[in-house]
Design a protein around this ligand. Structure first.
Ligand SMILES: *Cc1c(COP(=O)(O)O)cnc(C)c1O
Length: 217
C-alpha cells in the first residue's frame, strides 16, 4: 500500500478529537511531501539535526513535533520553529528549553514524558517524579515553556492487557494532575503503530504513528 492509502486508512479510524502525528523519522523528504499532499500537516521526528534539515526543505505550514530524546546541545537547532516537544524527560532539560526559548523570544509547548513501560532503556519521569515536578513547578519559574500534557510509550509486547494497564495508569495520572493542580492540560500523547487503537480507547488525544504510514524503518 502507498503512503496515501495508509494515511487514509488510519485517518478513517481516528475519532475527530484525536490528532495524528505522522512519525517520519529516518524517512526521506519525498515521503513527507506525499503525506503532505494528502493533507497531513503534523510530523514527528526524533533527531534534532534531521528535523532542522527537513524543516528547511519542506513547506512552512508543517507543524513539527519532536518525539525523541533531546540532548541539551541540540536544543538550539529546533527551538526557533518546533511546535511541540513530546519528550521532556528531566527537569534539567525543561530548564534548558526554557532558556533557549527565552533567547528565541518564543513560548514552546512541551509534554512531560512519563516512563510507563517495563523496559529499562526508555527515558522519562517516573510517576513519583512527575507528581513532584508539578508540586514544585512554580518554584522553577519557567516563563518560556508551556506544559500542555503528558506523553508515554507502552512496553513493546504482544500482551495487550499489559499495554492497556500502562495506558490506563498514564491517563489516570493525567486526570489527577490536571484536576488537582488545574494545569489546563489538553494533550495526552500515547499510542504508536502497534497499539494506537488501544491507546485511543484508554483516552489518548494524540497518536504518533510511523511504520503503519511510511513502512518499516
Ligand atoms: C518511532 C516512534 C514512534 C512511531 O513508532 P511506529 O511503531 O513506527 O509507529 C512513536 N513514538 C516515538 C516516541 C517514537 O520514537
Amino acid at each position: 500500500m502507498s503512503i496515501s492509502e495508509n494515511l487514509e486508512k488510519i485517518l478513517n479510524t481516528l475519532p475527530a478529537s484525536v490528532k495524528l502525528v505522522a512519525v517520519s523519522k529516518f524517512k526521506p523528504e519525498q515521503d513527507i511531501a506525499e503525506a503532505y499532499a494528502n493533507g497531513q500537516r503534523i510530523f514527528g521526528e526524533s533527531r534534532a539535526l534531521e528535523l532542522r534539515d527537513k524543516y528547511n526543505n519542506l513547506p512552512k505550514d508543517i507543524e513539527w513535533h519532536f518525539i525523541g530524546h533531546l540532548q541539551t546541545n541540540k536544543i538550539k537547532y529546533i527551538i526557533p520553529f518546533v511546535s511541540l516537544i513530546h519528550s521532556v524527560d528531566s527537569v534539567g532539560l525543561l530548564k534548558e528549553i526554557d532558556a533557549y526559548a527565552k533567547k528565541a523570544g518564543r513560548v514552546v509547548e512541551c509534554l512531560i514524558q512519563v516512563h510507563i513501560s517495563q523496559e529499562e532503556t526508555k527515558f522519562g519521569f517516573s510517576y513519583e517524579e512527575c507528581v513532584e515536578l508539578f508540586n514544585n513547578y512554580d518554584s522553577l519559574e519557567l516563563e518560556n515553556v508551556k506544559i500542555v500534557g503528558l506523553m508515554g510509550m507502552a512496553t513493546n509486547t504482544d500482551d495487550m492487557e499489559q499495554v492497556r494497564l500502562e495506558f490506563k495508569s498514564l491517563k489516570s495520572l493525567y486526570d489527577r494532575l490536571n484536576t488537582e493542580k488545574k494545569l489546563g492540560f489538553s494533550v495526552l500523547s500515547m499510542g504508536m503503530s502497534s497499539d494506537y487503537e488501544l491507546a485511543i480507547k484508554e483516552g489518548s488525544t494524540m497518536v504518533r504513528i510511523g511504520s503503519s504510514i511510511f513502512g518499516s524503518r
